[in-house]
Write a protein that binds this ligand. Structure first.
Ligand code: SF4
Length: 413
């Protein structure tokens, strides 16, 4: 008997709202299953950039454009360590042909449309326009001892989660590896210019992005190959990449099980986060439509296998939505399902849902949040309510969505 069968769940009498009862209608595909968009619509590809290339391909690229390989390395050093794409700053390159060389290797990918700041300047949300006009966002946050960037991996998202602002937009397209990496380079550039506030006098940590969370727009594992190219560049030693630690990079997913298995087989021990949001298929089928393909148990088994292979503790993300998924019995069921798979392999992050404009769902009340956490902890599951930094600027998870205002501003740049 599984934990779900044995739990006296639906007899608690607690109020239960569901997406359907709250006016949400699940769009269905021609096969009668919830509509999910795994394939990126065909649009003009962004220009090829140095950050799209594996270092193994650099030699061939240098030959193709007729430069010695060390010149390419020089350009890479400027981009990955000084975070510049400006030929005027690359005085170690011959003046003749420098502009063309740099334009060919580092074509502009992200144009800043606007930025919003909050938390006294130590959180910045960037709105970027891509070469084809698609809009994406990233959020830069300073914490004591670290600087985290929440990056986007797709313009929009095809996973159609009813509570998520990005999901309601649909999938515009996959981002290229370089478009993903360039969010980090641009953030480092802003930090280097002193544009991120909040630096404490006694904080001697390095002034650059130290942690990355793939929790901006998009389902990262639906853009697997480009995601992995970007991650490899992030962890590659300079000047072949950004020289970041894999541990500081969190890849999250709503549960694309075959892709989780692929990630498990990679040799990069990134931190893995599963956005579960419900421990029972009954609710999760509605809350996370991808559950129609891979059920809670399959996703948890894949997460446990990730831990077994990498030794990296898995995070379970759980948005707490009032009367939807925040019941005490669900905390018990979640704990039981996690403990069924062993101890010490997982950490739960409940996240009070951020109210989004026009959303019918709200965050759980504080006593309910605390009871949820208490039950998990009592069952021996390490649990931390996650900081919802950036709430004031719609920069928290599930809130990255472009608005009409953004479109108008983008038209002007
Ligand atoms: S919650 Fe994540 S996977 Fe679901 S629609 Fe939003 S961005 Fe996509």
């Amino acid at each position: 008997m599984t934990a779900e069968d044995s739990t006296p769940i639906r007899r608690t009498g607690a109020r239960q709202v569901r997406p359907a009862t709250e006016g949400w209608t699940q769009k269905l595909g021609t096969d009668g299953r919830p509509l999910l968009n795994f394939a990126s619509p065909k649009r003009g590809k962004p220009p090829v950039h140095l950050a799209d290339l594996a270092p193994a391909d650099w030699k061939a690229k240098a030959e193709e454009i007729g430069i010695p390989a060390f010149r390419l390395k020089q350009v890479a050093r400027h981009y990955y360590t000084r975070w510049t794409s400006d030929p005027a700053e690359m005085t170690d390159l011959p003046a003749e042909g420098r502009e063309e060389l740099v334009a060919g290797l580092l074509p502009p990918l992200l144009t800043e449309v606007r930025r919003l700041e909050t938390d006294k300047g130590d959180t910045i949300k960037f709105l970027w326009k891509l070469h084809d006009g698609a809009l994406v966002e990233s959020v830069l946050m300073r914490y004591p001892g670290r600087i985290t960037l929440c990056v986007s991996s797709q313009a929009g998202c095809g996973m159609n989660c009813p509570f998520c602002a990005t999901g309601q937009q649909g999938l515009t397209r996959n981002m290229s590896a370089a478009e993903i990496v360039d969010q980090v380079v641009q953030a480092n550039r802003a930090i280097a210019r002193g544009e991120l506030g909040g630096k404490k006098h006694d904080d001697h940590s390095e002034e650059r992005v130290s942690n990355i969370v793939f929790m901006g727009m998009g389902e990262p594992l639906a853009n697997y190959n480009r995601l992995m190219r970007a991650v490899r560049t992030m962890v590659a030693k300079t000047p072949e990449g950004l020289g970041m630690s894999a541990r500081g990079i969190t890849v999250s997913t709503v549960g694309l099980v075959p892709a989780i298995k692929k990630l498990t087989e990679e040799d990069i021990p990134v931190t893995f986060a599963l956005s579960l949001h419900a421990p029972d298929d009954h609710l999760r089928d509605e809350l996370i439509p991808v559950n129609s393909r891979w059920k809670v148990d399959e996703a948890l088994d894949a997460a446990r296998a990730y831990f077994d292979k990498t030794g990296r503790r898995v995070s379970i993300e759980y948005a707490l939505i009032k009367d939807m998924n925040d019941h005490a019995w669900r905390a018990d069921l979640l704990a039981a399902k996690l403990n069924e798979r062993g101890h010490g392999w997982v950490h739960v992050n409940p996240i009070p849902l951020n109210p989004t404009p026009g959303s019918i769902w709200t965050s759980s009340e504080v006593p309910v949040q605390l009871e949820f956490v208490r039950r998990l902890e009592e069952a021996g599951i390490p649990t931390t309510i996650r900081d919802t930094r950036g709430k004031e600027i719609d920069g928290a998870c599930g809130q990255l969505v472009t608005t009409e205002d953004d479109e108008e501003a983008a038209a002007l740049v």
